[in-house]
Design a protein around this ligand. Structure first.
Ligand SMILES: C[S@@+](CC[C@H](N)C(=O)[O-])C[C@H]1O[C@@H](n2cnc3c(N)ncnc32)[C@H](O)[C@@H]1O
Length: 248
C-alpha cells in the first residue's frame, strides 16, 4: 500500500487544482451542474447529502457552515426540516456562477433570511474562530488545492466539539465494482457530461481527480492531523462515496 506521503506526490501529479482553474470550471458548468449531478449519480446524490446531514443531529439551534456549497444543495437539505435542522446556514464557495444558481434556489425555498452565501476560498475561511456549530463539505474537498490547509482552517472555524460531515467520492475496492466503475468513469460519464455541460474537460477532470485523491484511510488520518477527533469513515453505496464524520 502506498503511504500518505507517496500518495501526496501522486495527488500533486494529478489534475491541475489551481483555484483559478477550478473556479472557472465550476462557473462554466454551473447552469447544468444540478441536472448532471442527479443524472450521473442516478439520484443517489440526494440520499448521500441527506445521510451526511443526519449525522449532524441538528436541533434547530445551530449555525451550519457549508464549505464548497456550490448550488447549495447541502444547506437546503439541512434547512428542509426546520425543527431538526440548523437555525442558520452559511454557504461558502469561490465560483460566482455556482453561488448565483444557489442564491436563486435559496430564494425560491424562502430561506434567504437564514441562509447567507459568501464568496471565498475554503483555505482562508472569512469566518470568526469558533463561529460554527457544524460544518459540511460535499464533493468539494477533492478539488481544493491544499485540503489539509482547508481542514485546519475549518477546525478553527468550528467551536470545540462542533461536528463535521464530509462527503467525497472514492474508488470502490471490490474488484467487480472497481472494473464496472472504471468503465463507467472512462466510457460513459465524460461523454454525457461533455454533451450536456458543453464543457470539454470538467467530466474528464471528475474521474481523474477521484482516482488521484487520498484513500479513505489516508483522508481520515489527514482529518486527525488537522485536529479533529472521533474520525469515522463510513462507506456509502458499496464504497463509491465515503462519509467522513468527526468532531472539532
Ligand atoms: C462538486 S461541487 C460540490 C457542490 C455542492 N457541495 C454539492 O454537494 O453539490 C464542488 C464545489 O467546490 C467549490 N470549490 C472547490 N475548491 C474550492 C475552494 N478552494 N474554495 C471554495 N470553493 C471551492 C467549487 O467551486 C464547486 O462549487
Amino acid at each position: 500500500m502506498a503511504s500518505a506521503d507517496t500518495r501526496s506526490a501522486a495527488a500533486a501529479a494529478g489534475p491541475d487544482k489551481s483555484p483559478r482553474k477550478i473556479a472557472g470550471m465550476f462557473d462554466a458548468i454551473a447552469r447544468r451542474y444540478d441536472l448532471l449531478n442527479h443524472l450521473l449519480s442516478g439520484g443517489l446524490d440526494l440520499y448521500w447529502r441527506a445521510r451526511a446531514v443526519r449525522e449532524l443531529r441538528f436541533t434547530g439551534r445551530e449555525v451550519l457552515l457549508d464549505v464548497c456549497t456550490g448550488t447549495c444543495d447541502v444547506m437546503l437539505t439541512a434547512l428542509k426540516r426546520r425543527e431538526a435542522g440548523p437555525r442558520y446556514a452559511v454557504g461558502l464557495d469561490f465560483a460566482d456562477a455556482m453561488l448565483r444558481v444557489g442564491q436563486r434556489k435559496v430564494a425560491e425555498r424562502g430561506v434567504g433570511a437564514v441562509a447567507p452565501l459568501l464568496r471565498g476560498d475554503a483555505m482562508f475561511l472569512p469566518v470568526a474562530t469558533g463561529a460554527a456549530d457544524a460544518a459540511t463539505i460535499a464533493f468539494g474537498i477533492r478539488n481544493v488545492y491544499d485540503p489539509h490547509a482547508a481542514l485546519v482552517d475549518l477546525h478553527r472555524a468550528l467551536r470545540p466539539g462542533g461536528r463535521l460531515a464530509i462527503l467525497e467520492f472514492a474508488m470502490p475496492t471490490a474488484p467487480w465494482l472497481r472494473a464496472l466503475y472504471g468503465w463507467y468513469f472512462r466510457a460513459i460519464l465524460p461523454k454525457i457530461g461533455r454533451m450536456l455541460s458543453k464543457h470539454h474537460d470538467a467530466y474528464t477532470y471528475l474521474p481523474e481527480s477521484v482516482g488521484t485523491f487520498y484513500r479513505p484511510d489516508e483522508f481520515g488520518a489527514m482529518l486527525t492531523r488537522a485536529g479533529f477527533s472521533g474520525v469515522r469513515a463510513v462507506p456509502l453505496t458499496f464504497g463509491v462515496v465515503y462519509l467522513y464524520v468527526a468532531q472539532a
